[in-house]
Design a protein around this ligand. Structure first.
Ligand SMILES: Cc1cc2nc3c(=O)[nH]c(=O)nc-3n(C[C@H](O)[C@H](O)[C@H](O)COP(=O)(O)OP(=O)(O)OC[C@H]3O[C@@H](n4cnc5c(N)ncnc54)[C@H](O)[C@@H]3O)c2cc1C
Length: 434
């Protein structure tokens, strides 16, 4: 950390969306802020091409729509259910602009540039090794032999949260609470996205895929249209994948599972003749509230974004970046108020947790708290999509005689080895939690 001067009001660990949002607002309010990022430049360790909800980002950066690296505003949402080569798709055409597609490395770089413009100092290629505690309070961070002192440390280190684990604030990552995300960027050539996806000019599509694309592992596929490229990928439940591998039920590398998705007879038409430009993998949260640490603050510390377990993946939407940014904003506002009240003591920083728990982020996580456990129930990812496809197959692929809807349902249930009672209970349990 050569050249990093003296003491800071706030040190932010990690230049992801959560860290940059907090750093931007604090620097704008006149605080002396240092951001430490282990990657080469902000965004270099980020992975996804996906969809981001704009409203919580506009709360921090009102000029977002004009300035941010937005690829396309999403005006079409699709969900497909897959069984073998058969696919059933629902498409929804939106009436307004809520989310946009982007590559997170570009968006995270834009966010951290904003923090630097506001006066924060960003030092990259520095891995923080430890959050330093002295006399029961956090006083800064250490990287190798160097220590930087600060009144407050904002932990925005993301899902791995090794620093919090070392500090004893969270337990080791439980494989059942996380998923592996793998992604490919496909180059389809300039100006072809609209034609391939039947989109109006400049508009975008977010597409979730459930069923036979995950080799039986709970999770799903995603497809997002960028300016001239397509991001496709899979999110796979790590705990269940490990169980299946140990039981000898799968022996495929994750890159092979993704390749099979790319080569799927139905989906491959959308990226025909495309080059694979990029491949990457990153961990993400599946556990909902279960990943949230018991406390989100300590004397001189607040925890934001993925490190705080604040991500919701419902299967039809992913709320990670906007939750991260909102938590960064709430943390910055609480830190400013803590200083106004006399300093970032434990008592004053409690404000952060209180405000976060009053916010939409917390309400969403509580409302959907069953999702983490639902992810572990394989039937939602295998036999349920299977039943739907079988019904459609019987209705639409009959040679002479079409069954009635009820006969098609009963036959399909029998073929998938699900009783009607089980189906009603499973659907009932989903509906009751919605
Ligand atoms: C495959 C995949 C698809 C996704 N799709 C979507 C989507 O479509 N929409 C959506 O909203 N969200 C999506 N997410 C989730 C989203 O990426 C995260 O929720 C979001 O990036 C969290 O932001 P963050 O700032 O908390 O953490 P991160 O973005 O992970 O940033 C943490 C930063 O801290 C740095 N860091 C970590 N440890 C240290 C250290 N010791 N010292 C210094 N720096 C450190 C890292 O290098 C990184 O830059 C997806 C995630 C994955 C993996």
């Amino acid at each position: 950390m050569d050249g990093v001067p003296g003491k800071f009001d706030v040190v932010v660990v990690g230049a992801g969306p959560a860290g940059s949002a907090a750093a931007y607002l604090l620097a704008k309010a006149g605080f002396k802020v240092l951001i430490l990022e282990r990657g080469r430049g902000a965004g270099s360790k980020e992975l996804f091409g996906g969809k981001v909800y704009a409203p919580p980002l506009r709360d921090v950066w009102p000029g977002l729509d004009k300035e941010a690296p937005i690829h396309r505003w999403v005006t079409r949402e699709r969900i497909s259910f897959v069984r073998g080569s058969r696919v059933a798709t629902i498409e929804y055409s939106l009436g307004r602009r809520v989310g946009f597609t982007t590559y997170l490395p570009e968006l995270a770089k834009w966010m951290s540039d904003k923090a630097v413009e506001a006066g924060a100092v960003l030092v990259d290629e520095v891995r923080v090794d430890e959050i330093v505690v002295r006399d029961g309070r956090i006083v800064g961070v250490r990287s190798g032999p160097d220590t930087v002192e600060a009144d407050v440390v904002v932990d925005a280190e993301g899902v791995n949260r090794l620093l919090l684990e070392r500090l004893g604030l969270v337990e080791r990552l439980n494989p059942s609470y996380v998923a592996l995300g793998v992604k490919e960027v496909l180059n389809v050539g300039k100006g072809t996205i609209e034609e391939r996806f039947a989109l109006p000019k400049g508009e975008g599509l977010a597409w979730m895929v459930a069923g036979d694309v995950t080799a039986g592992i709970p999770g799903g596929g995603f497809i997002y249209t960028m300016k001239d490229t397509i991001a496709i990928g899979l999110v796979l439940h790590i705990g269940k994948a490990m169980e299946k591998a140990e039981a000898g039920q799968i022996n495929k590398h994750v890159s092979r599972i993704l390749e099979e998705f790319r080569l799927h007879p139905y989906f491959k038409q959308f990226w025909k003749d495309a080059d694979v430009m990029e491949y990457g993998a990153h961990m993400t949260i599946e556990g909902g509230l279960r990943m949230v640490p018991k406390r989100l603050y300590a004397p001189g510390l607040v925890i934001v974004g993925d490190a705080a377990g604040l991500l919701l993946n419902t299967g039809y939407t992913v709320r990670g970046v906007d939750f991260a940014v909102a938590s960064g904003r709430i943390a910055a506002e609480a830190i400013i108020e803590a200083f106004n009240r006399g300093g970032p003591t434990e008592e004053n920083l409690r404000l952060y947790e209180e405000r976060l728990k009053e916010s939409f982020v917390w309400r969403e996580l509580v409302r959907h708290r069953w999702i983490g456990r639902g992810m572990e129930d394989e039937c939602y990812f295998t036999s349920m999509p299977g039943v739907l496809i079988r019904i459609l197959e019987k209705l639409y692929e009959a040679d002479y005689e079409e069954p009635t809807l009820i006969d098609a349902l009963l036959e399909s249930l029998a073929e998938e080895d699900i009783s009607l009672t089980k189906l009603i209970m499973k659907l009932g349990s989903v509906v009751s939690k919605l």
